[in-house]
Design a protein around this ligand. Structure first.
Ligand code: AOF
Ligand code: ZN
Length: 351
């Protein structure tokens, strides 16, 4: 991972923006965005830093203004903000007005807020009040630090990550159903990190019956929220004593006699404010997600193990012709303990 940027005096706007992004990494504000703000003097002496800690809590800009040792320091100062300041009265008053009233002379914006209530109006409001506004600084880094927020506000549905663990030759489980120890302890810990980055973790009934997972984040020192469990039940009976049932999961497929339209399910999740879903299902559920074109990112753990035969391939179904294969762009490859983690996204238009 990129080294966190130390906020020291005299940094340029790009570095200050990266520092503001870094400050948001340990926040869990969904369904609010991750936002960081740094206030500096015109010659970039650092005056204060603020982040939005949680949904419904004070926004980054007002937190940074409140953190000034003396409120008069804001006069003529520059605010570097990862997201366009809001201009609407939500559960908190508009940040644009807080910045204007404090006397901030210049605002540097990372990304435009895709929320329809803002979407450019924050920038307009600042400009009209005579505040100098610079936009698009480290825009891609801002989006990469909270891709689910931008995805959810743009499409109204959560960003879907499909996680899979398989042997080097693509087998997710042996014929006797054993699968739990395909990847190493390090890779399994990495899956918990992945869970911690998602609002919800989704499995199918088959996984609940076979593995009885609790779908919680269990990592040393982790104090963030637990992802919401979702079970695509289909027409199967989930044992009432399953661990996940203690966590009051969202369940899909009961009223519809088993058939679950994944696109409809995602719309429902989006309307509930769920911005990211980690799919940890078995081969059949993976197949449904892939063929419905709903996967935004694939995280593939390739174990340093060879099945040397066919058990249950990572994705069920038949591969009839090369034209059916999904073209991917590999965006990251990492060793995780003895295993390999590959992150890939569908090419434009192939999802
Ligand atoms: C900012 N700075 O730190 C955040 C912003 O209900 P509210 O009042 O919290 O408003 C939520 C919306 O405000 C959210 O959807 C997004 O558009 C924006 N979040 N804006 O200027 C912040 N967290
Ligand atoms: Zn705001």
């Amino acid at each position: 991972m990129r080294r966190a940027v130390d906020i020291v005096d005299g940094l340029g706007v790009d570095e200050l923006m990266l520092a503001a992004i870094d400050a948001t990494r340990s926040t869990y504000p969904h369904p609010n965005p991750r936002v960081g703000a740094v206030i500096v003097t015109p010659d970039h002496t650092v005056l204060s830093l603020g982040v939005c800690h949680g949904d419904g809590l004070a926004h980054a800009e007002t937190t940074a203004l409140d953190a000034l040792s003396d409120s008069s320091l804001a006069k003529g100062a520059t605010a570097i903000v990862t997201l366009e300041p809001c201009s609407h009265q939500g559960r908190t008053p508009p940040c644009t007005d807080a910045l204007i009233n404090a006397g901030i002379a210049k605002v540097v914006v990372g990304a435009v807020d895709p929320d329809p209530r803002v979407s450019g109006s924050g920038i307009r409001r600042l400009s009209e009040a005579g505040v100098e506004v610079l936009t698009g600084i480290a825009n891609e880094a801002v989006i990469a630090a909270d891709p689910a927020y931008f995805h959810h506000r743009q499409f109204g549905i959560p960003r879907v990550t499909l996680k899979m663990a398989a042997t080097l030759d693509g087998q997710a489980a042996a014929l006797d159903g054993t699968s739990q120890w395909i990847t190493s302890a390090e890779a399994r810990d990495d899956v918990h990190r992945l869970r911690s980055e998602n609002d919800a973790v989704l499995v199918g009934a088959g996984t609940v019956i076979a593995d009885d997972p609790s779908l919680t984040v269990r990592r040393d020192g982790y104090e963030g929220p637990q992802p919401l469990p979702i079970v695509v039940v289909g027409n199967r009976e989930i044992p009432r004593e399953s661990k996940v049932m203690e966590r009051d999961p969202l369940m899909y497929g009961l009223e519809t006699q088993g058939s679950v339209d994944l696109a409809e399910m995602l719309k429902d999740l989006g309307s509930r404010g769920i911005m990211s879903v980690l799919v940890e299902g078995g081969p059949t559920l993976a197949r449904s997600f892939v063929t419905s074109g709903t996967v935004d990112s694939f995280v593939w753990y390739v174990a340093a193990k060879l099945a040397a035969g066919t058990g249950f391939p990572a994705i069920a179904g038949r591969f009839e012709s090369i034209a059916e294969a999904l073209d991917l762009i590999v965006v990251d490859v990492q060793m995780v303990g003895p295993d390999i983690r590959v992150t890939a996204v569908p090419t434009e238009g192939s999802a």
